[in-house]
Structures are given as structure tokens and as C-alpha cells.
Design a protein around this ligand. Structure first.
Ligand code: FPP
Length: 248
């Protein structure tokens, strides 16, 4: 079924976050090595970014590499990093042509030097684009991010720039990697796993969660449209009752 026509363009989420999962299983189904799945996942990345930009979604965050992924076999980590660097460099021109800005969240200093350099070049080269922002979560985990935010806040208190009584949710927001980025209204995870896996734990507090059995390399524009339609049919109550929402 085609879902694009069913999307209400007046009720689009501003920010969609995706846990791209299932590359390894997809490769295994084809009798190939895991990296073959990651390579084929690049097409799904392209399709999702293109679909989000065409619709006018302001932010798309992709979980590309978690802090825990460093524990995978060394050859997979190296191949994945090379793929990321190569893809980022190769796609910068297309990002600019489509007015897409690249940003990254995570412990970026832990990336290999070439990856870090290419990433920063691409971020710098696309920084004036305003149509859609593509946020790559790289060497990212939410617990790392929250721990880091706590350290930064403690430092500000130690340096007398902030008092304990002044700490609010905004203080915490401002010290996360996602400072300035609106919270995702919709989080999608592929591959049939129903977990958040240390991804945007603070930011997903009120997000609608959407799970699909599709493995990431099979994810296409229509799958993104389907998730958006599903999101638009949900009632977001933020702790209120349905009646309160109607009489609001
Ligand atoms: C999860 O599948 C996927 C990843 C850890 C990496 C995602 C990376 C890409 C799609 C490469 C290109 C990305 C960008 C942003 C250019 P998995 O390996 O955990 O699959 P499994 O659960 O089946 O083992």
C-alpha cells in the first residue's frame, strides 16, 4: 500500500529519530558477511534522508554507531568506520544540493582521526543549509551523554557559574549533545526488536515509539511514510486525559 498520500502535511513531526537495526541479520539471510548488510544499509539511509527532506521534516536523527558497538569484532568496527567516512565524504555534495545540514552527536573524539576530520569537514561544509538537519549519532549512548551533562553541570557549580537551586530541566537540556534540537515526536526502530538500547533516553520521554519487522537494508521511503501515518493516528496526551485534549 502507498502511504505518502495518507500523510497530513499539517501534522508532520518536526523530528524523527531512527534506530537502524538488522543489517547483520539481513547479510546473514543473503549468506554474506555482516559488513555487506551495513553497505546495503546506506541505500536506506539515503532514502530516509531524501524522504524526510522532501516532506519538510526538520530533523532526522540516525543511530549509526553506539558506544557499545566498539565491542564488536575489530574487523567489523574498522569496516563500519571506513564505510561511514566514505559515505559522509561522498554524500556532502548531495547534502548541499538538497540544502541538508549535517550534525553529529556522541563521543566524537573517540572516533578514528580520519573519521573525525571528514565528519567535521562535512558538518562545516553544510552548516548554512536550512531545509532539514541530519543528525548522526556516532559513538553515542544516552548514559554517556547524561553522565557528561552531569559533569558539565557540576563543573559550572564548582566554578560558581550556577547554583544547585538554579538547576531545571532546561539546564539539563542545555548540557546534552542535543542542545537546541527539538525532542523527537517519533522514534522508529527496525528489525523487530522492541528496545530503546541507550538511545536518547531523556529526549524520548514523550515520543511515540514505532517498531517494524523490516530489517534496515529493506527500509524504503514508503516504510517511513507508513510510520508517519501511524504516528499521526495516535493521540499524544502528555499525561492529560483525552477529554482535556478536546476541551483544551
Ligand atoms: C545495526 O545493525 C546497524 C549499525 C550498527 C550500523 C548502521 C550503519 C549504517 C547503515 C551504515 C551507514 C550509515 C550512515 C549514517 C552513512 P546490526 O549490525 O546491529 O544488525 P543485527 O542486529 O542484525 O546484527
Amino acid at each position: 500500500m502507498e502511504f505518502k498520500e495518507k500523510i497530513n502535511l499539517e501534522k508532520l513531526p518536526q523530528h524523527i529519530a531512527i534506530i537502524m537495526d538488522g543489517n547483520g541479520r539481513w547479510a546473514k539471510q543473503q549468506g554474506e558477511q555482516r559488513i555487506f548488510g551495513h553497505e546495503n544499509g546506506v541505500k536506506s539511509v539515503r532514502e530516509s534522508v531524501e524522504a524526510a527532506a522532501e516532506l519538510g521534516i526538520k530533523y532526522l536523527t540516525l543511530y549509526a554507531f553506539s558506544t557499545e558497538n566498539w565491542n564488536r569484532p575489530q574487523e567489523e568496527v574498522i569496516a563500519l568506520m571506513q564505510l561511514l567516512v566514505h559515505t559522509i565524504s561522498a554524500e556532502t555534495k548531495t547534502l548541499n544540493e538538497n540544502k541538508i545540514r549535517l550534525q553529529a552527536i556522541g563521543d566524537l573524539k573517540s572516533l578514528p582521526d580520519d573519521c573525525y576530520r571528514e565528519l567535521h569537514e562535512a558538518i562545516d561544509n553544510t552548516k548554512n543549509n536550512t531545509r532539514t538537519t541530519l543528525v548522526l549519532a556516532l559513538s553515542y549512548s544516552s548514559r554517556w551523554e547524561i553522565t557528561n551533562a552531569m559533569k558539565q553541570i557540576a563543573e559550572q557549580i564548582e566554578n560558581k557559574k550556577l547554583s544547585v537551586l538554579e538547576i531545571t530541566e532546561e539546564t539539563i537540556n542545555a548540557n546534552l549533545c542535543t542542545a537546541g534540537i527539538p525532542e523527537p515526536e517519533l522514534m522508529i526502530r527496525t528489525s523487530g526488536e522492541h528496545r530503546i538500547s541507550n538511545f536518547l533516553l531523556w529526549q524520548l520521554a514523550y515520543s511515540e515509539l514505532y517498531f517494524t519487522d523490516k530489517l534496515w537494508p529493506d527500509f524504503r521511503k514508503n516504510d517511513l511514510y507508513e510510520a508517519i501515518v501511524d504516528y499521526q493516528n495516535r493521540e499524544r496526551r502528555f499525561g492529560k486525559t483525552s477529554e482535556q485534549l478536546i476541551t483544551k
